[in-house]
Design a protein around this ligand. Structure first.
Ligand SMILES: NC(=O)c1ccc[n+]([C@@H]2O[C@H](COP(=O)([O-])OP(=O)(O)OC[C@H]3O[C@@H](n4cnc5c(N)ncnc54)[C@H](O)[C@@H]3O)[C@@H](O)[C@H]2O)c1
Length: 359
C-alpha cells in the first residue's frame, strides 16, 4: 500500500507572521525520518501554538505514515523538497519565513555511505550549507544541526570525549557529518548566525527504519529469521531513547548558548552481541537465531561521550529506563507489522539482500 504524497501548506501561509509576539514557525528538515518524525510529534504535543513545516525529500528512509496522526493538524505542514537543491530550499523559506530551523535531513546509514559516499557529501554537506545560506538571508533566530557521536571516531575503553575533542571520523557518513559541523561553526564565526550543534549517541524507539540494528533484530526475531551481527559482535554503542533525544534538542533549540555544541549521550553502553542477546531474552526468543556476518569496513569499535555540559548548563538527562524503552519498542514493532511490511516490500529489501554478506 503506497501512501499518497500530499503537500498541505496552502492553509497556513505563514509569511508576515514572523514577529516576537506570534507563535514560532519551525522548519524541520528530514521530518519524515525516524528522529525527525518523533521530534515533530514531540513539538506538536509540547508547543500547541507552534507552526511546524516538515521539509523532506522522501528518500527510501522518509515515510509520511510516520506522521499520519498529525497530518490534519492545522499547525503542521508538509513540503517535499531536497536540502541540496537551491530552488527547493528558497521556495520553503519564501513560503514560510521560519524562526527556527532544526536540521535532521541526511543520508544516515553508514553501510550505504561506504558504497556511495557522493550522495552523502551532497545531502549532508552541501544541503547544510544551502540551508545555512537561506537561514542567514531570512534572519533565522536559531539553527540547530542534529549531529552524531560518530564524528569523534572510535573511543578507547575507559575514556569518553567532551565537545572540544578532536573530530576523527572513520567512514564517509561520519566525515560528512563532521564537515557539516564545521560549516555550522563557520556560520557562527564568520557570519554571526545563531546556531547550535547537538551530537547524540545511537537512538532507538518507534518508527526507526528497519535497516538499523535494533529494528533489524526485533523484526527478524518476530519472523524467525537469522539476526546478522557484524564481526565478533564486540563493538560497543551507547543507546538513547529517541524521546530523551527530542527533549535534549528542545532544550538546545530554546536555551542553548549560540555557537555551542552539546553532546547528548546516555552512558548506556552495550556490546552489540550482548545487546542482541538481551533483546532476544526480552522477546523470549532463542539465541540460535544469531549469525555472524562480514564486519563493516572501518568499523569503529566504541563511541562514548561526556555529556556533562548539557547536564550542567541545560539540566538535561536521559530518563527512559533502557529495558522499559526496549519493551515499548518491541511492542511498537509488534503492533506495526504493516508499516514494516510496506518498507520490506520496497527498495530497502533489494539493498539488504545484495549487501548483507553472510560468512
Ligand atoms: N539514528 C541515530 O541513531 C542518529 C544518531 C545521531 C545523529 N543522528 C542524525 O539524526 C538525523 C536523523 O537521523 P534518522 O535516524 O532519523 O535518519 P533517517 O534516515 O531515518 O531519516 C532521514 C530523513 O531525511 C530525509 N532526507 C534525506 N535526504 C534528504 C534531502 N536531500 N533533502 C531532504 N530530506 C532528505 C529522508 O527522506 C528521511 O526522512 C541525521 O542527521 C543523523 O545523522 C541519527
Amino acid at each position: 500500500m503506497k501512501k499518497e504524497i500530499k503537500e498541505n501548506f496552502a492553509f497556513f501561509n505563514a509569511k508576515g507572521l514572523n514577529n516576537e509576539n506570534l507563535p514560532k514557525i519551525v522548519l524541520v528538515t528530514g521530518g519524515a525520518g525516524f528522529i525527525g518524525s518523533n521530534f515533530i510529534r514531540y513539538l506538536i504535543r509540547k508547543y500547541p501554538d507552534y507552526k511546524i513545516i516538515n521539509f523532506d525529500k522522501l528518500t527510501y528512509a522518509g515515510n509520511l505514515y510516520n506522521l499520519e496522526m498529525i497530518e490534519e493538524n492545522p499547525n503542521y505542514a508538509f513540503m517535499r523538497g531536497d536540502v541540496s537543491n537551491q530552488a527547493d530550499v528558497k521556495n520553503v523559506f519564501e513560503q514560510f519565513n521560519p524562526d527556527f530551523v532544526v536540521h535532521f535531513a541526511a543520508e544516515s546509514h553508514v553501510d550505504r555511505s561506504i558504497i556511495n559516499p557522493d550522495l552523502f557529501l551532497q545531502t549532508n554537506i552541501l544541503g547544510t550549507q544551502i540551508l545555512l545560506n537561506y537561514s542567514r538571508e531570512y534572519k533565522v533566530k536559531k539553527f540547530v544541526l542534529i549531529s552524531t557521536d560518530e564524528v569523534y571516531g572510535s573511543i578507547p575503553s575507559n575514556s569518553s570525549v567532551a565537545e572540544d575533542a578532536k573530530l576523527a571520523p572513520n567512514n564517509p557518513y561520519a566525515a560528512s557529518k563532521a564537515a557539516a559541523d564545521m560549516l555550522i561553526r563557520v556560520a557562527h564565526q564568520t557570519y554571526g548566525q545563531k546556531v547550535n550543534i547537538i551530537r547524540s549517541c545511537n537512538n532507538y524507539g518507534s518508527y526507526q527504519f528497519p535497516e538499523k540494528l535494533i529494528p533489524v533484530m526485533i523484526n527478524n526475531a518476530f519472523q524467525g529469521k537469522e539476526l546478522p551481527i557484524y564481526g565478533d559482535g564486540k563493538n560497543i554503542r551507547d543507546w538513547i531513547h529517541v524521546e530523551d533525544h527530542c527533549k535534549a534538542i528542545d532544550l538546545v533549540l530554546h536555551r542553548g548558548r549560540s555557537g555551542e555544541t552539546y553532546n547528548a549521550g546516555a552512558k548506556n553502553e552495550w556490546k552489540n552481541l550482548v545487546l542482541v542477546k538481551h533483546i532476544l531474552d526480552l522477546m523470549k526468543c532463542s539465541h540460535d537465531l544469531i549469525s555472524f556476518v562480514l564486519d563493516r569496513k572501518g568499523h569503529d569499535f566504541r563511541y562514548s561521550m561526556d555529556s556533562s555540559k548539557i547536564k550542567n548548563e541545560l539540566g538535561w538527562k536521559p530518563v527512559i529506563n533502557f529495558d522499559e524503552g526496549l519493551e515499548q519498542t518491541i511492542l511498537w514493532f509488534k503492533n506495526h507489522q504493516e508499516w514494516v511490511e510496506d518498507i520490506h516490500s520496497g527498495e530497502y529489501m533489494n539493498y539488504y539482500e545484495k549487501y548483507n554478506n553472510k560468512v
